[in-house]
Design a protein around this ligand. Structure first.
Ligand SMILES: [Zn+2]
Length: 135
Protein backbone atom coordinates (compact mmCIF):
# COMPACT_ATOMS: atom_id res chain seq x y z
CA UNK A 1 0.00 0.00 0.00
CA UNK A 2 3.08 2.17 0.30
CA UNK A 3 3.07 2.56 -3.48
CA UNK A 4 -0.41 4.09 -3.53
CA UNK A 5 0.61 7.18 -1.58
CA UNK A 6 3.87 7.38 -3.53
CA UNK A 7 1.94 7.21 -6.79
CA UNK A 8 -0.46 9.91 -5.61
CA UNK A 9 2.56 12.11 -4.89
CA UNK A 10 3.90 11.53 -8.38
CA UNK A 11 0.54 12.42 -9.85
CA UNK A 12 0.27 15.68 -7.94
CA UNK A 13 3.80 16.65 -9.00
CA UNK A 14 3.03 15.76 -12.61
CA UNK A 15 -0.24 17.67 -12.66
CA UNK A 16 1.32 20.71 -11.03
CA UNK A 17 4.09 20.84 -13.64
CA UNK A 18 1.74 20.00 -16.48
CA UNK A 19 -0.69 22.76 -15.59
CA UNK A 20 2.11 25.26 -15.10
CA UNK A 21 3.44 24.39 -18.56
CA UNK A 22 0.00 24.79 -20.09
CA UNK A 23 0.06 21.17 -21.19
CA UNK A 24 -2.94 19.58 -22.79
CA UNK A 25 -1.72 16.16 -21.89
CA UNK A 26 1.08 14.55 -19.92
CA UNK A 27 2.57 11.79 -22.04
CA UNK A 28 5.61 10.35 -20.26
CA UNK A 29 7.01 10.50 -16.75
CA UNK A 30 10.62 9.64 -16.08
CA UNK A 31 11.05 8.25 -12.61
CA UNK A 32 14.24 7.36 -10.83
CA UNK A 33 14.28 4.46 -8.39
CA UNK A 34 17.30 3.56 -6.33
CA UNK A 35 18.26 -0.10 -6.09
CA UNK A 36 17.63 -0.01 -2.34
CA UNK A 37 14.31 1.74 -2.61
CA UNK A 38 11.41 -0.38 -1.46
CA UNK A 39 9.24 0.97 -4.26
CA UNK A 40 7.95 -1.73 -6.59
CA UNK A 41 7.62 -0.26 -10.06
CA UNK A 42 4.91 -2.72 -11.13
CA UNK A 43 2.75 -1.54 -8.24
CA UNK A 44 3.35 2.11 -9.09
CA UNK A 45 2.36 1.34 -12.67
CA UNK A 46 -0.76 -0.44 -11.47
CA UNK A 47 -1.93 2.45 -9.27
CA UNK A 48 -0.90 4.99 -11.86
CA UNK A 49 -3.34 3.72 -14.45
CA UNK A 50 -6.15 3.96 -11.91
CA UNK A 51 -5.49 7.33 -10.33
CA UNK A 52 -4.30 9.12 -13.49
CA UNK A 53 -7.62 8.31 -15.17
CA UNK A 54 -9.59 11.47 -15.86
CA UNK A 55 -6.60 13.79 -15.33
CA UNK A 56 -4.07 15.44 -17.66
CA UNK A 57 -1.89 12.40 -17.09
CA UNK A 58 -4.44 9.81 -18.21
CA UNK A 59 -2.84 7.24 -20.48
CA UNK A 60 0.68 8.50 -19.85
CA UNK A 61 3.63 6.13 -19.74
CA UNK A 62 5.87 5.67 -16.74
CA UNK A 63 9.53 5.21 -17.48
CA UNK A 64 11.65 3.87 -14.63
CA UNK A 65 15.38 4.36 -14.33
CA UNK A 66 17.19 2.29 -11.76
CA UNK A 67 20.16 3.71 -9.88
CA UNK A 68 22.55 1.12 -8.51
CA UNK A 69 23.29 1.21 -4.81
CA UNK A 70 26.60 2.56 -3.62
CA UNK A 71 27.92 2.19 -0.11
CA UNK A 72 30.87 3.71 1.67
CA UNK A 73 32.83 2.20 4.53
CA UNK A 74 33.19 4.56 7.49
CA UNK A 75 36.34 2.78 8.65
CA UNK A 76 38.47 2.78 5.50
CA UNK A 77 36.51 4.88 3.03
CA UNK A 78 36.10 2.16 0.43
CA UNK A 79 33.15 2.69 -1.85
CA UNK A 80 31.43 -0.36 -3.19
CA UNK A 81 28.24 -1.51 -4.84
CA UNK A 82 25.94 -4.31 -3.92
CA UNK A 83 26.24 -7.59 -5.68
CA UNK A 84 26.77 -9.75 -2.67
CA UNK A 85 24.42 -10.71 0.12
CA UNK A 86 26.47 -8.79 2.62
CA UNK A 87 26.60 -5.07 3.30
CA UNK A 88 30.02 -5.41 4.97
CA UNK A 89 33.01 -3.56 3.58
CA UNK A 90 34.79 -5.79 1.03
CA UNK A 91 38.16 -4.22 1.96
CA UNK A 92 38.25 -4.27 5.76
CA UNK A 93 35.12 -6.26 6.62
CA UNK A 94 33.65 -3.45 8.73
CA UNK A 95 29.90 -3.29 9.19
CA UNK A 96 30.07 0.46 9.66
CA UNK A 97 28.99 1.34 6.15
CA UNK A 98 26.62 4.00 4.94
CA UNK A 99 24.46 4.17 1.88
CA UNK A 100 25.48 7.03 -0.39
CA UNK A 101 23.28 6.15 -3.37
CA UNK A 102 20.46 3.79 -4.14
CA UNK A 103 17.62 5.03 -1.92
CA UNK A 104 16.36 7.61 -4.39
CA UNK A 105 12.87 7.88 -5.65
CA UNK A 106 11.87 10.96 -7.58
CA UNK A 107 10.40 12.36 -10.77
CA UNK A 108 13.28 13.20 -13.08
CA UNK A 109 11.40 14.62 -16.06
CA UNK A 110 7.94 14.96 -17.48
CA UNK A 111 7.00 15.03 -21.16
CA UNK A 112 3.87 16.88 -22.07
CA UNK A 113 1.85 17.58 -25.16
CA UNK A 114 0.63 21.10 -25.62
CA UNK A 115 1.83 24.58 -26.26
CA UNK A 116 4.99 24.50 -24.22
CA UNK A 117 8.10 26.03 -25.78
CA UNK A 118 5.74 28.27 -27.70
CA UNK A 119 6.48 31.94 -27.03
CA UNK A 120 2.82 32.74 -27.69
CA UNK A 121 1.84 30.31 -25.02
CA UNK A 122 -0.52 31.74 -22.43
CA UNK A 123 0.09 30.32 -18.98
CA UNK A 124 -2.91 28.86 -17.23
CA UNK A 125 -2.94 31.63 -14.62
CA UNK A 126 -3.22 34.31 -17.29
CA UNK A 127 -6.05 32.49 -18.98
CA UNK A 128 -7.95 32.56 -15.71
CA UNK A 129 -7.42 36.31 -15.44
CA UNK A 130 -8.70 36.84 -18.94
CA UNK A 131 -11.83 34.88 -18.17
CA UNK A 132 -12.41 37.03 -15.12
CA UNK A 133 -12.07 40.21 -17.16
CA UNK A 134 -14.73 38.98 -19.56
CA UNK A 135 -17.27 38.61 -16.84
ZN1 LIG B 1 36.33 -0.76 5.05
Amino acid sequence: MHELSVTQNILSIALEHGERAGARRITVLYLVIGQLSTIVDDSVQFYWEIIAEGTLAAGSKLHFRRIPAELECRECGTRFGLGRDSFDCPTCGSERVQVIAGEEFYVEAIEVEGDIDDTNNTPAAEQENQENENE
